[in-house]
Design a protein around this ligand. Structure first.
Ligand SMILES: Nc1ncnc2c1ncn2[C@@H]1O[C@H](COP(=O)(O)OP(=O)(O)OP(=O)(O)O)[C@@H](O)[C@H]1O
Length: 465
């Protein structure tokens, strides 16, 4: 009798000998816009791992770069290893984390009398802030912070995951350029940041995944040497940033901005136009909703405000059904976005394109966070500031009075950790839009962009001097 083909046959990951030799694939545990995630058992020691098969190579590279940079951060998911070849999807081997913060909120809402205790809320917040602080200290913008991307181990350790949209904040580095990249022969853009030399490389579109990663590891493994300008590169003090997936014109405006087609209901926008859509709508900062192309790490801080608000109220703060509705929901609570609230906001690309009626009496955060203490509301307000520069940083919040006074954060071992289940909210998370990257043109024009920017920075610097 002919044998039934195993159901796994259609899953490409099951045909990957290099992977199946080391890991026994057990079941699919999740999927996102770019990936399928499987639970697996490592054959050598039976440890549970997650195999994340990423169908978009740019997203895979971003995630690999970010997780390598953040390796050993206790509140960031651990990347054990990855598999990558020219003609197959990248597969990341991650520590397996069985649940997430969305499940905590959902369980608290449905099953926990009194919801999440203040001590628990504080412990979740501290863990999230530590993870975000690690990202931001490494100039990594996550850009898609939301409860379902905050994974949790069975013993209550929260870890930030899904760095597929993350980017290194090139703008910040370029503006802090303190050496002349043109003095290096052969020309290699070199930046110095906090005593670290950073090499700026432009990755051309079309480079095969294998070659890309070879280039990356070559740069990482550079040994100590003196270049013609007299700077020595220490292997542990060399990092790199890469880009190369957008039009040079676009990059000129925003080096780390990911231009994308916004997918609504699983399809590309009717007009097919490029948008500045990153992150999940409910957690998206107003500057992004208004099409900003020079945003910074602060977009994550707005998302944190939304996440913390949800931890306190067990409801999403701004559950917008479209981008316009999203802004409408924000204004109805916080008031209109005006020059008074954020000087310069009128210059946001879409500010004069989208108009809203005046909200005479915004309901205020107090209305959404009924029964919460003034300190809790104040903490959320520090994050949900319209002016990105006024948002509290993750480090500042870790020192916030609220988190350091009684009741103190409970020990991690006292946290209630629900198993992950199909919650009522799940559809809502999935409802979030996703981005499909558009890859850009030639290496030559990208390099041109990089050098133009470096010229500007150098010129600005010499003017200052
Ligand atoms: N390390 C892990 N351990 C256990 N499950 C995981 C892990 N990583 C991801 N998952 C599961 O897989 C799902 C999809 O993963 P992830 O969010 O990283 O993918 P994505 O394609 O980038 O998703 P999104 O559409 O949200 O951007 C997660 O919601 C989670 O359920």
């Amino acid at each position: 009798m002919e044998e039934e083909p195993p159901p796994s046959k259609s899953w490409s990951i099951h045909t990957r000998r290099d992977i199946t030799a080391k890991y026994e694939i057990l079941e699919r545990v999740g999927s996102g816009a770019y990936s399928d995630v499987y639970k697996a058992r490592r054959r050598s020691d039976s440890a549970a791992v997650a195999l994340k098969e990423i169908h978009d190579y740019q997203s895979a590279f971003r995630e690999i770069e970010a997780l390598q940079t953040l390796h050993n951060c206790p509140n960031v998911v651990l990347l054990h290893e990855y598999f990558c070849s020219d003609d197959e999807d990248a597969v990341l081997v991650l520590e397996y984390l069985p649940t997430d913060l969305a499940a905590v909120v959902s369980s608290a809402k449905k099953d926990w009398e009194g919801g999440i205790t203040v001590g628990e809320v504080k412990r979740w917040m501290v863990q999230i802030l530590r993870g975000v602080d690690a990202c931001h200290s490494n100039s990594i913008v996550h850009r898609d912070l939301k409860p379902s991307n905050l994974l949790i181990s069975a013993d209550g350790i929260l870890k930030i995951a899904d760095f597929g949209q993350s980017l290194i904040n090139v703008t910040q580095w370029v503006s802090r350029l303190s050496t002349d990249p043109y003095s290096i022969d052969p020309p290699l853009p070199l930046m110095k940041l906090n005593g670290y030399f950073c090499i700026f490389i432009v990755i051309p579109f079309g480079l095969s995944p294998r070659t890309y990663l070879d280039v990356v590891s070559l740069i990482r493994s550079m040994t100590t040497q003196r270049n013609s300008f007299g700077y020595s590169l220490h292997p542990k003090k060399v990092d790199f940033v890469s880009t190369g997936t957008a039009e040079p014109e676009d990059l000129r405006m925003d080096p780390f901005h990911s231009y994308s087609y916004e997918a609504e209901n699983g399809r590309v926008d009717d007009n097919g136009s490029l948008t500045s859509c990153v992150g999940t709508r409910w957690f998206r900062a107003p500057e992004l909703l208004y099409g900003s192309t020079n945003y910074g790490l602060e977009v994550d801080l707005w998302s944190l405000g939304c996440i913390f608000g949800e931890l306190l109220s067990l409801e999403p703060l701004f559950p917008g059904a479209s981008d316009i509705d999203q802004l409408g929901k924000i204004f109805s609570i916080l008031g209109n976005l005006t020059e008074e609230a954020w000087p310069g906001c009128v210059h946001l690309p879409d500010y004069n394109i989208i108009s809203f009626g005046e909200v005479e009496k915004p309901s205020g955060l107090e209305a959404c966070l009924a029964n919460r203490s003034p300190d809790e509301i104040l903490l959320i307000r520090k994050l949900l500031s319209y002016d990105p520069a006024s948002r509290a940083t993750a480090m500042e919040l870790l020192h916030d009075k609220y988190l350091n006074e009684e009741p103190l954060p409970v020990p991690v071992s006292d946290l209630r950790v629900p198993s992950k289940h199909g919650s009522a909210d799940e559809g809502s998370w999935n409802e979030s839009d996703s981005d499909f990257e558009d890859f850009g043109p030639s290496l030559k024009s990208l390099i041109h962009w990089a050098f133009t920017n470096f010229t500007l920075s150098s010129t600005q610097k010499s003017h200052q001097n």
